[in-house]
Design a protein around this ligand. Structure first.
Ligand code: PA5
Length: 446
């Protein structure tokens, strides 16, 4: 991968970037020596180099069995137990994958990431009479969205194929000992995978949380791990700032933040990267948004959103910066045909690749936005394949850890996500929430 921070550096005094850059080595070191805040959740730092052949083979075997027995596999999970797998699967698959008639692998769909009644009804309508399986992913095992979807899907599967067969088509990915999902899996005899204690949800894509759904979709998880291993070496604490892309990205975004750039917009020019941006938004937003600090993470898909948010980015409030993800080479080639009538005026493009148009749109946009006062960080990858995606994942994780420490927060907790749950349980009269129920209802009555 290549990182270019030149068009962002010009927006901050060079002394301030240098001062932050100087902090990154120590912050990166904290990730390795485990002396920083949240140090019980830094297992992801060395995860790529520790993944062994046995676990990869086991995941591949389970994926094969699900592929052989199912037309559809539902991945039930939310947040860190969902976004990584979806990001990778959607980045690698055809944009029209679910509609391709000659499929080798099951369609992977996602549930347990919302509480939409229509969504669940639509999903159950899709599954009626189809051969399906479920990968249920929850580290705590108690997340309402996921548990609720799983209860519905499990009931449906058991009704369709009987308990014995259903058991073979359900896999649980959860804590090694704790939580409702672990107890249920033990009781029912499901195949299970463990989410390590020291890896938090949003850093778990390189565990079975991400690797199993990706393997089910038919992708090469070994190449993903290899890419991540390379990036682990390239971003290690002993790699100097000038050669360390994670340190540079972390430093640049903190420097911009200090100079009033409070929102980072992740930009892609490839629709397959939409869910990568969702994964990235969670990774940085949940890691840094605390203690009343942190960059707000947003994302746009270009050129689509140039026709909507493009106006705001070009001329709205100047409190933003962009990080553009660029893919050097598409996987396929489409050339623009000649048209004798040329009524659309596009013959100047005849014979040229669609990607050339996209790349010029990208370059033109980057220049226009920089001219309009939007700092630009540019990250490019050769192509969208498993190896590069492995690099991509680890690069952003490592930079996130460094960046959070530079900001002065604990990047590995998420105390703020409990507030809505407490209110929801109180409003739903969950046992154990009697006091909260009384208090919240009195508040609503006022
Ligand atoms: O990053 C996180 O910790 C969260 O997004 C969790 O992954 C998410 O809330 C799901 O939690 P669980 O895996 O316990 O169901």
């Amino acid at each position: 991968m290549k990182l270019n921070i030149q068009h962002a550096a010009s927006f901050v005094p060079s002394g301030s970037l240098k001062a932050i850059a100087a902090q990154t080595a120590a912050c990166n070191e904290l990730l390795e020596n485990g002396k920083g805040a949240g140090n019980d959740y830094i297992g992801w730092v060395t995860l790529p180099s520790e993944i062994d052949d046995a676990i990869l083979s086991d995941i591949e075997a389970t994926a094969k069995s699900l592929r052989e027995s199912c037309e559809i596999v539902i991945v039930a999970g939310i947040g860190g137990s969902y976004l990584g797998a979806r990001a990778v699967n959607e980045a690698l698959a055809s944009s029209f994958d679910a509609y391709m008639p000659e499929r080798k692998n099951p369609i992977v769909v996602y549930a347990g990431n919302n509480i939409g009644e229509d969504y669940l009804a639509d999903l159950m309508a899709l599954l009626k009479g189809r051969k399906f399986g479920i990968i249920n992913i929850s580290k705590s095992g108690t997340t309402t969205e996921t548990a609720l979807a799983f209860r519905l899907l499990k009931t449906m599967l058991e009704q369709q194929v009987g308990k014995e067969e259903a058991r073979k088509r359900i896999v649980a990915v959860t804590d090694k000992a704790k939580g409702a999902l672990r107890s249920l899996a033990t009781k029912e005899g499901y195949k299970t995978y463990v989410i390590p204690d020291n890896v938090g949800g949003r850093f778990s894509v390189l565990t079975p949380v991400g690797l199993l759904p990706v393997a089910v979709a038919g992708w090469d998880i070994r190449a993903i791990v290899k890419g991540a291993q390379e990036m682990q070496k390239a971003t290690a604490a002993n790699v100097p700032y000038e050669k360390n892309p994670a340190a540079q990205y972390a430093a640049m975004r903190n420097a911009l933040y200090q100079y009033g750039k409070k929102t980072e917009i992740l930009v892609n020019f490839n629709p397959r990267l939409h869910y990568f941006a969702e994964w990235w938004k969670q990774l940085y937003g949940e890691s840094e948004g605390k203690d009343h600090k942190g960059i707000f993470t947003a994302a746009v898909d270009f050129t689509t959103d140039l026709h909507s948010m493009g106006q705001w980015i070009q001329e709205g409030e100047r409190n933003i910066f962009e990080t553009v993800i660029s893919i050097d080479m598409p996987q396929q080639e489409v050339r623009i045909p000649h048209d004798t009538e040329n009524l659309d005026g596009l013959n100047f493009l005849s014979g040229r690749r669609v990607d050339e148009v996209n790349k010029m749109a990208e370059l033109g946009t980057r220049l226009a936005h920089v001219d309009g006062g939007v700092p630009n960080i540019h990250i490019s990858f050769e192509q969208l394949d498993e190896y590069n995606i492995g690099q991509f994942i680890y690069f952003f994780e490592r930079a996130c850890g460094i960046s959070g420490y530079v900001l002065g927060v604990n990047p590995f907790n998420q105390p703020g996500v409990e507030a809505y749950k407490k209110n929801m349980f109180a409003l739903l009269d969950k046992p154990g929430y009697e006091e909260e129920s009384k208090a919240i209802k009195a508040r609503l009555d006022k």
